[in-house]
Write a protein that binds this ligand. Structure first.
Ligand SMILES: [Zn+2]
Length: 488
């Protein structure tokens, strides 16, 4: 599972600009001295005690089933969402009102499946607006609702400690920590409901984000991040799995035709977000590591990343490496000496804490980094490859990567690093319309590189913070695929 660091400080050795962070010491292997920036690591602030306290509180609502009572002040999903909104409000009071706290929801009509009567689906959402590019958003979410064996049982106790109290308390803790800092981009903290009834809350939030005209940089969907062993005793305490889709859910016949000609089967934005997360984790060898799973979700199952993928937003699922089927979606009971139920005493708190640290580090870096640019490669009947990419606001440089088409990961060393704004010789000039805004288009010409044999990607960086790589293939950009006009 050896992974390589890339894209952080090491490439800057090739880059002459006198930037302050070049002073960061390099270890013998050339990797950045991460301990030197420990003071700058919000992951170090994650508190197991606060995760435990929040877990106690939310389990205290008895059940958080989406069909449970919304009028009881102490029990059920209504009281639980009210508490989460109030807790976000208390955090906001601690950061000079830096959070916009709101329920995002609507009434969902009966669907013949798991919504038997009109039901208000209400997500608890807190928005930390970016100081420079508030339109760029990173979403961190867990699902707040819980269930027992019968998916329609909104009455019995359903603690949902791991599924997905674990993701929920991580989101709260991330908000608590990161709201004490400022970021160029916006972070949305979301506790979603209606997941167990059909991913309703995520669909509602994804629609809402689209209605706001937001540009989604990344969605980190955390669903079950609190156990390390399966019911058979097999354990993996040092890895979370990150699930990413290959072919885009919002693909079109036109995109499929283009990918058939130019490639892109393994380079969706979610896939590159997954690679980026694995690299980030590898920078902290003692921290939680990432086992990338290159499929959308577990076999035959789903999660709240899917409604975002359906709408073309880059999203991954972060989840335990080993599921414990005895302690999810189960009535609380003892049967033949086996205890069933998703209770807090089955959690691995060290695991949950380390998974939370990884999330906080990822959010911190994603919120500091620019958007990944939209990249094209032209190598048709040429002895060179011409790369071009859209401007990324806030980028001080672009890092160009390549890998052979049969390789899974980007090369250890970048192809080149180009300053932004462009200096002479490295870039082509000109402006072009990107999303209706006239911006510079940067690019580079790779002499003697036959593009047929390679995949190319570009990361946008600001200081030590680099975006995920965006691949120069159709559908590689971190934006929804253009949909055909629908006929009336
Ligand atoms: Zn779940």
């Amino acid at each position: 599972m050896a992974r390589h660091n890339r894209g952080m400080i090491k490439p800057l050795a090739l880059f002459a600009a006198p930037l302050a962070f070049l002073a960061a010491p390099l270890l013998a292997d050339g990797h950045a001295e991460t301990a030197a920036s420990a003071a700058d690591d919000p992951g170090a602030e994650v508190s197991e005690a606060r995760l435990r306290a929040d877990m106690d509180t939310i389990i205290g609502f008895g059940t958080r089933h989406t069909l449970s009572t919304q009028t009881d002040p102490e029990r059920g999903i209504g009281a639980a969402v009210d508490w989460a909104l109030a807790e976000f409000g208390r955090m906001s009071a601690d950061c000079s009102d830096c959070l916009d706290v709101m329920p995002v929801g609507r009434v969902v009509e009966p669907d013949g499946r798991r919504i038997p009567q009109p039901t208000l689906i209400r997500n608890a959402v807190a928005i930390q607006r970016g100081t420079q590019r508030p339109n760029e958003v990173i979403i961190v979410q867990g699902h707040y609702d819980s269930r027992v064996t019968d998916p329609l049982n909104g009455v019995d106790d359903a603690p949902g400690a791991n599924d997905d109290g674990s993701g929920s308390v991580m989101v709260l803790e991330a908000a608590r920590i990161l709201s004490q800092r400022e970021y160029p981009s916006t972070i949305i903290y979301a506790l979603l409901t209606g997941e167990e009834q059909g991913l309703y809350g995520a669909g509602i939030l994804a629609d809402w984000v689209g209605e706001q005209g937001m540009t989604v940089k990344a969605v980190l969907n955390n669903d079950m991040i609190g156990n390390s062993c399966g019911s058979d005793g097999y354990c993996e305490p040092d890895y979370v799995r990150v699930f990413s889709e290959g072919l885009r859910a919002d693909s079109t016949p036109r995109l499929r035709a283009l990918q058939r000609r130019f490639g892109g089967e393994n380079d969706s934005p979610g896939r590159n977000l997954s690679r980026w997360l694995a690299d980030l984790a590898a920078e902290y060898p003692d921290g939680m590591q990432v086992r990338q799973i290159w499929r959308t979700d577990r076999m035959g199952r789903g999660g709240d990343q899917i409604p975002f993928l359906d709408r073309g937003y880059p999203a991954v699922r972060v989840t335990v490496s080993v599921e414990d089927y005895d302690h999810q979606h189960q009535d609380l009971r003892v049967e033949d000496g086996v205890t069933y139920g998703d209770t807090a005493d089955e959690l691995d708190w060290t695991y949950l804490t380390r998974a939370s640290v990884l999330n906080v580090r990822a959010l911190n870096r994603l919120a500091m980094a620019p958007m990944p640019p939209s990249v094209t490669a032209d190598a048709v009947v040429k002895t060179f490859t011409q790369l071009e990419w859209s401007q990324a606001f806030g980028a001080d440089r672009f890092v160009v990567w390549k890998r052979a088409t049969d390789q899974s990961y980007w090369d250890d060393e970048p192809v080149s690093i180009l300053e932004n704004p462009p200096s002479d010789g490295d870039t082509i000039g000109g402006t072009g319309p990107v999303q209706g805004v006239p911006v510079y288009i940067s690019g580079t010409r790779l002499e003697g590189v036959r593009g047929d044999d390679w995949l190319f990607g570009v990361s946008a960086c600001n200081g030590k913070y680099c975006s995920p790589i965006s691949t120069a293939v159709p559908g590689g950009a971190f934006e929804p695929v253009e949909q055909p006009e629908t006929e009336e």
